[in-house]
Design a protein around this ligand. Structure first.
Ligand code: HEM
Length: 193
């Protein structure tokens, strides 16, 4: 079981010491930057982040943190896929990661929508048509208030819970060992000199 004083690992298996195994932590770190910069933006409001130079910097940090978050998440996804990281009872860890990925997409998209420029308005109208066609008309992407609420509260909170559970399960299950080495030299065959 995890207790407060054993929450952070003190030892790592040898195979988990490379950069490939840091990608999940880099994704999580980008998420922390996203949340902190997002809180600063929400606290000061659109007038500040549009005109105040310090808040423009915070808005730019928020934007670049999204790029880093998705970049590292995709690399992390490749690493966990190629090392078969769902093995050994890690199915739920995998599913929570996949759910976080799926929730991250509308979180980013609603962020683009509340920019309010022509590009985001065009995206909102196109995506609204798509969702209407799928019978999801209650999500009105041209409703700026609904998009702001989803982007600053509902979706990031859901994502925080999913990422928190995902990382807790990684701590409980440990990092998956590599596949067995199938290229290891096989014993010499009989009947050959
Ligand atoms: C939403 C962003 C995500 C964050 C912040 C995150 C974070 C992490 C962290 C910190 C680890 C520890 C090991 C490592 O860093 O490689 C990990 C492991 C893992 N992640 Fe994620 N992850 C995310 C998305 C995903 C996705 C999209 C999947 C797959 C669909 C996934 C599946 C896994 C699995 C199966 C493990 C266990 C790895 C192992 O045992 O080798 N994760 N994740």
């Amino acid at each position: 079981m995890l207790a407060v004083d054993t929450w952070l690992p003190t030892e790592m298996p040898e195979y988990a010491k490379g950069f490939m195994y840091m990608l999940g932590s880099l994704t999580a770190s980008s998420f922390v930057v996203l949340v902190v910069s997002g809180i600063l933006l929400a606290m000061n409001g659109p007038a500040a982040w549009s005109h105040n130079p310090a808040m423009r910097f915070v808005a730019a940090t928020h934007f670049w943190a999204v790029q880093a978050f998705f970049f590292f998440m995709m690399l992390h996804l490749w690493r966990v896929f190629l090392t078969g990281a769902w093995r050994g009872g890690r199915r739920l860890t995998w599913l929570l990661g996949a759910a976080a990925f799926l929730v991250a997409i509308p979180t980013a998209f609603t962020g683009f929508l509340i920019n309010g420029d022509l590009y985001s308005q065009w995206n909102a109208v196109q995506a609204k048509d798509g969702l209407n066609a799928m019978g999801l008309a209650w999500v009105n992407l041209t409703n700026a208030g609904q998009m702001l609420g989803l982007h600053v509260a509902v979706l990031p909170l859901t994502l925080s819970v999913l990422i928190g559970l995902h990382i807790t399960l990684v701590r409980l299950k440990g990092v998956v060992p590599p596949y067995p080495d199938t290229k290891a030299p096989s014993p010499p065959r009989k009947g050959h000199s």
